[in-house]
Design a protein around this ligand. Structure first.
Ligand code: AMP
Ligand code: ZN
Ligand code: FE
Ligand code: FE
Length: 273
């Protein structure tokens, strides 16, 4: 039987709607070989499920997704096999999370200026204990009746380059990659077809990038073929996942990318596992 892995999953620890335990239950049901929870700026999911994992479970790879700014583009870097207990890592991601909340308030202000009546408290209620991400704000806009769908909130207001968009604090690719390596992990360029961030691949390889996410809901077959070719050329490992957020809209369901478990061996070898 063909077995699959899913290396890109979000939970309530950032801007997803499933708890880490619900994700674990789902990957068990789907009989995945391995999975990684890659919350934005958070490794907290690990602490929720570490005690629940048994020998028969899919392999859990500690992960994380960071956003970095490069000129006008927003690059996402995935980390795998990082040590969630690394104090340096934890204090760095804490800084990003606190900036997320400030930025959330800036986005809400811009929305109010455009007559979209939501408050930062509405957003905080949706985000709960997690740092604010745009999906929480999109939910608030939708709940206020200002748009007909979650996706429309991005198209009209908060998508990259839209009127209420606020870029994240300047955090460079160098910072992200070295922070991941210092925490024992490997760094992978996420969904390179979104905003064509693959154009920066050569530079990122120079900074020590280890891999490229080839399989993602946004990628077309020609993207996948091109990214596999890049992986060979730059000696990068290949990864993929659903980018599941638990919401309907432009996201995949857990396991939906059917990423072969065969990619796991190279990933492990690269991380020295
Ligand atoms: P943030 O990290 O706060 O900038 O939010 C990034 C998240 O917003 C991504 O992980 C996606 O879940 C979501 N997102 C960004 N752009 C879009 C879009 N155009 N449509 C739907 N979701 C989006
Ligand atoms: Zn997200
Ligand atoms: Fe991303
Ligand atoms: Fe993601």
């Amino acid at each position: 039987m063909k077995r699959f892995i899913d290396l890109h999953i979000h939970t309530v620890k950032s801007d997803g709607t499933f708890t880490p335990v619900e994700v674990l239950e789902t990957v068990r049901k789907k009989k995945l070989t391995a999975f990684s929870i890659t919350d934005h700026d958070s490794v907290d999911a690990f602490f929720d499920i570490e005690d629940q994992l048994t020998e028969n479970d899919p392999e859990y790879i500690p992960g994380l997704e960071l956003s970095v700014t490069l000129g006008d583009s927003d690059l996402h870097i995935l980390a795998y096999y990082i040590d969630p207990r690394s104090e340096e890592l934890q204090s760095k991601v804490e800084e990003f999370r606190s900036y997320r909340n400030e930025r959330g308030a800036m986005i809400v202000q811009k929305l109010n200026d455009m007559e979209v009546d939501i408050t930062i408290d509405d957003v905080k209620k949706i985000a709960g204990k997690s740092a604010i991400g745009r999906p929480h704000i999109a939910d608030a806009i939708y709940q206020a009746g200002a748009v007909k769908s979650y996706d429309q909130a991005f198209r009209m207001y908060i998508g990259n380059g839209k009127p209420a968009y606020v870029a994240k604090k300047n955090f460079t690719p160098e910072n992200a990659i070295s922070m991941i390596h210092n925490a024992g992990g490997i760094a992978v360029l996420a969904h390179p077809a979104i905003e064509d961030t693959y154009k920066h691949l050569e530079m990122l390889v120079g900074l020590g990038l280890d891999g490229i996410e080839c399989f993602h809901a946004y990628h077309k077959q020609k993207d996948i073929d091109q990214f596999k070719h890049f992986a060979e050329r730059w000696h990068l490992v290949i990864t993929g996942g659903s980018d599941f957020h638990g919401r309907e809209g432009s996201y995949g369901k857990i396991g939906s990318q059917h990423v072969s478990e065969d990619y796991l061996h190279a990933l492990k070898a690269r991380a020295g596992k």
